[in-house]
Design a protein around this ligand. Sequence first.
Ligand SMILES: O=C(O)CC1=CCC(=O)O1
Length: 266
Amino acid sequence: MQIADLGNVQLHYRIDGDSDGAPVVFANALGTDLHIWDAVLPLLPEGLRFIRYDTRGHGRSSVPAAPYSMGALVRDAEMLLDHLNVRDCVFVGLSLGGMIAQGLAVKRLDQVRALVLSNTAAKIGTAKMWQERVDAINSNGIASLAEAEMGRWFSPNFRARPELALWRSRLLQQPEAGYAGCCAAIAGTDFYTPTSGLRLPVLGIAGDRDAATPPDLVRETIELVPGAQFQLIRKAGHLACVEQPEAFAKVLGAFIHDIGHPSGTA
Ligand SMILES: O=C(O)CC1=CCC(=O)O1
């Protein structure tokens, strides 16, 4: 297990693919960990270095006391990339990870060559909604959120499949303080103005059955950046990379190729 000790936080990360390849970095969604990318990575072009990590308070990363700020989550990503000597990466963030991606590109354009903003937005939900989620966790635990979360994460079709149990159990394993801490970070984030100043290649990905960040919301954020591309994945909920890994890998692989990110065979 690889842990980056960044001082006030320890981040669990994994590197797959070609250790000398151009870097592609992956950041997970609220209530998930780096396993959301398991099915996508083997389908991506060869010759790339895939770096994925667990957001603080999630997976095997440490769980500082809640609440967290988005600034802290962006700093975590920045410090991890410095720790690993990563520059000019394609940064792929899903939902909360996509917010971190926007913040990192605003702060450290030397680290980020292109962004993939999957199932995310410049602003997600309202402060009231996130506070209610934190209150529910504090009163009744993370299990009290599981049913609603499965409804946002996956289409009805996927929810009828046996794999649902795995994703539900992964949610239940997330530290409650970590989940609540990240809810606070999302509640305090509105990246409309900073994201509209970005000038770099951007791919937006949405799921047509996403109940948390519907396609129009994703598109609204993507359109803030001139020249950004948008791809809709069909039969996919919020965790589009889990539900439709082949389609996800196809649009991501094509984007990596189109921007000329150095890689081997497609
Ligand atoms: O849990 C949700 O509502 C979906 C979500 C919003 C931000 C994130 O990372 O997941």
